[in-house]
Write a protein that binds this ligand. Sequence first.
Ligand SMILES: Cc1cc2nc3c(=O)[nH]c(=O)nc-3n(C[C@H](O)[C@H](O)[C@H](O)COP(=O)(O)OP(=O)(O)OC[C@H]3O[C@@H](n4cnc5c(N)ncnc54)[C@H](O)[C@@H]3O)c2cc1C
Length: 203
Amino acid sequence: MSRVLIVGAGLTGSVCACLLRRELPNKFKIVVWDKSRGAGGRMSTSRSPTDPVCTVDLGAQYITATPYYARIHHSFYEELLAQGILTPLASSVEGMMSKEEELKNYVTPKGVSSIVKHYLKESAGAEVFFDRHVTHVYKRGASWEVWRKDGEPEHFDAVVLTMPVPQILQLQGDVGSSNIYCTYKHTQSYTHMHTDKYKHTHI
Ligand SMILES: Cc1cc2nc3c(=O)[nH]c(=O)nc-3n(C[C@H](O)[C@H](O)[C@H](O)COP(=O)(O)OP(=O)(O)OC[C@H]3O[C@@H](n4cnc5c(N)ncnc54)[C@H](O)[C@@H]3O)c2cc1C
């Protein structure tokens, strides 16, 4: 069976794994590698070692949907709301300007990483590995040879890079070749199913 490697277990990587699984069930094996110790990326949630109920979101704290994104990503919001992963923000956001009144704001009762974990869970059968820092990606015939810190290289039939572009550009090997498929452009609408104002975080 063909193997696809998704590098990054943030929102983009998790949604990518979920959509690949839903659209092409049982067509190939999905493997996710992330250099961190857990899922979330810039949507990570930390828990107190003494009180697991006490959490703090590192990065995104709430999700904002413009009328446009609420419409085109309707099914994503419905799914997350139905499962209680998102819930409407009842109070006002300090400093919010009046022109932003049409925006819908959502919070995550279980921490913002619960969105990412939901999509990883929905990627049934995907193998998710942490502490896997990709350093080199080489094209070897029809497959890709992927090197990581502290480990032997592995071969995949396709590689999807979901980390921010500056981190993609730090990779050694054949990443600069026109053949590599960088999903950044294709998936940014999923990572930005809220407002446009965070687009600059990738550029
Ligand atoms: C301070 C802050 C506040 C924010 N507030 C909001 C908000 O209120 N609302 C909102 O909607 N959005 C907000 N955002 C933006 C939102 O967090 C991001 O748009 C979103 O999390 C990006 O997801 P991503 O999967 O594209 O990238 P990332 O979350 O960056 O995921 C990339 C993953 O790739 C991994 N990775 C990187 N390099 C490698 C490598 N070489 N090998 C293996 N793994 C690697 C990283 O560890 C990471 O887990 C905020 C961001 C920040 C930083």
